[in-house]
Design a binder for this molecule. Structure first.
Ligand code: FAD
Ligand code: 2HG
Ligand code: ZN
Length: 456
């Protein structure tokens, strides 16, 4: 082989097998662009290790050759963290082949799975054990447990069960120096030092590669009711959410679609509009428990316009209006996605202000708002503007910071929001992040250009 680069890659095939080092342009292309189409880069190769030892060998090999490691699971991330940067000096490490699946520990309500297991596969395997996995999100068929840990994914059940960090009892991971750490015992109480699992959760592939995890399971109530209600304003929806949280035990989800969202989904999927006229806010609530829902649920919603479903198909039909927002927006154009949280008391004011602020800054913009209203988490999506026009991101993220919010609720910082991290994290916090990074990834190979300012 003439090129030294290709000769080096040949050495890599000895680690993972020739079938698992992908170098053809056409094959690499799908790994080099993110789900939204906004973030695109280049890599030398896509490598698909089949075991933790192989991941460690790949990370060490990248360290020795000064090549970036870009961990990739389902590539459903929405902030450009799962794709390489533009310089081409990296290797995408696809974790799909890490499919470990231990039997469900029904006594402990825990399970150990490999990083490449998809969320849907986990739900499926746990079903029937009497337990459930507490995180769910619309990308369930592709998103992997490793990616969800790396992003500390939230989703539609955070209200009841918390985000990924609350489910992760321990991880096995390959750190940036190629060493393997593993703590999968799942002990409920275990005060023996730093919480490496907690640290790796939300680290976006910048400290190491998660290869497996010990996960907490939650009870799986037999009965569920979904309500979809039209409301006149975000302020009215927030007030209703507060009453529901105070009076309805067993609430699993409080989600909302604002403005033109319902119309967008109905047009895209050819669905019937759920209400005689599209309301300013469609609020979706799900309750789960045993038997009938509490009277308070009926009392608080009690209106003729409200749609209610208790059977599986009916519930899914109502959820579709909310879950199909992401694909419906992508059908309009490549979006700027700004996943933000506000203090609950400021959500209504922010939602009212953000549309005008974006349209004033970048006049042709269309602003789509939806999200996990019960968590104060809005997904501000902006279409109709150049994907590279960062004025959009700037105006939204500054408005968020002015309202005391966070520039990322659940998707992470990725490549998309690095310039704005300083709006919500102090210099000392960012210096502490950098010190942790230097300790666990001394060669600086793990996903450079993602999360931390001043690299890549
Ligand atoms: P990828 O996209 O492949 O990677 C995401 C990040 O994790 C990257 O930085 C990558 O380098 C890193 N990474 C991946 N695997 C590993 C690993 N094994 N070890 C270390 N680092 C790794 N997110 C939410 O939080 N809530 C939602 O409700 C939600 N809904 C979505 C709906 C749709 C339709 C879509 C397309 C996305 C949605 N997302 C949501 C975003 C996305 O699904 C999550 O961020 C998810 O956690 C990404 O998982 P993944 O396996 O696709 O990771
Ligand atoms: C959701 O809640 C996801 O549906 C995706 O987090 C959000 O598309 C988005 O902006
Ligand atoms: Zn979300």
């Amino acid at each position: 082989v003439a090129s030294p680069q290709l000769a080096d890659l040949a050495a890599l095939t000895e680690v993972v097998g020739a079938d698992h080092v992908l170098v053809d342009d056409d094959v690499r292309a799908g790994y080099e662009v993110d789900w939204t189409g906004r973030f695109r880069g280049r890599c030398r190769a896509v490598v698909r290790p089949g075991s933790t030892a192989e991941v460690a060998a790949v990370v060490r090999w990248c360290g020795a050759h000064g090549l970036a490691v870009v961990p990739q699971g389902g590539n459903t991330g929405l902030v450009g963290g799962s794709v390489p940067g533009p310089d081409g000096d990296g290797v995408v490490v696809s974790l799909h082949r890490l499919q470990r699946f231990d039997p469900v520990d029904e006594v402990a309500a825990q399970v150990t799975v490999g990083a490449g297991v998809t969320l849907a596969a986990l739900h499926e395997r746990v079903r029937g054990s009497g337990w459930a996995f507490g995180v769910d999100l619309a990308a369930r068929d592709s998103a992997t447990i490793g990616g969800m840990i790396a992003t500390n994914a939230g989703g539609i059940r955070v209200l009841r069960h918390g985000a990924m960090r609350a489910q992760v009892l321990g991880v096995e991971a390959v750190l940036g120096d190629g060493s393997v750490v593993s703590h999968l015992g799942g002990l409920v109480k275990d005060n023996t030092g730093y919480d490496l699992a907690g640290l790796l959760t939300g680290s976006e592939g910048t400290l190491g590669v998660v290869t497996a995890a010990r996960l907490r399971l939650v009870p799986d109530p037999p009965d569920r009711v979904v309500v979809l209600a039209p409301l006149p304003s975000v302020a009215a929806a927030m007030a209703l959410c507060a009453r529901l949280r105070a009076r309805v035990p067993g609430l699993e989800a409080l989600e909302a679609v604002l403005g033109d969202g319902l119309a967008l989904v109905c047009d895209h999927l050819g669905l019937a509009h759920p209400f005689p006229a599209d309301p300013p806010v469609a609020l979706l609530a799900e309750w789960a428990g045993e038997g009938d829902p509490p009277d308070a649920l009926v009392e608080i919603f009690g209106s003729d316009d409200v749609l209610v479903a208790a059977d599986g198909a009916g519930r899914e039909r109502l959820w579709r209006y909310r879950e199909a927002m992401t694909e419906s927006i992508s059908a309009v154009g490549v979006p700027h996605k700004l996943d933000v949280t506000l203090p609950l008391g400021s959500v209504a004011e922010f939602a009212d202000a953000v549309v005008g602020a974006v349209q004033a800054a970048v006049p042709p913009a269309a602003v789509h708002l939806f999200g996990h209203l019960g968590d104060g988490n809005l997904h501000v999506n902006v279409t109709g503007v150049d994907p590279d026009d960062e004025r959009v991101d700037d105006v939204v993220l500054r408005l968020v910071a002015d309202h005391g919010g966070s520039i990322s609720a659940e998707h992470g910082i990725g490549r998309a929001k690095v310039p704005w991290l300083g709006l919500v994290r102090s210099d000392s916090e960012i210096a502490a992040f950098a010190a942790i990074k230097a300790a666990l990834d001394p060669n600086g190979v793990m996903n450079p250009g993602v999360l931390l300012p001043g690299e890549g």
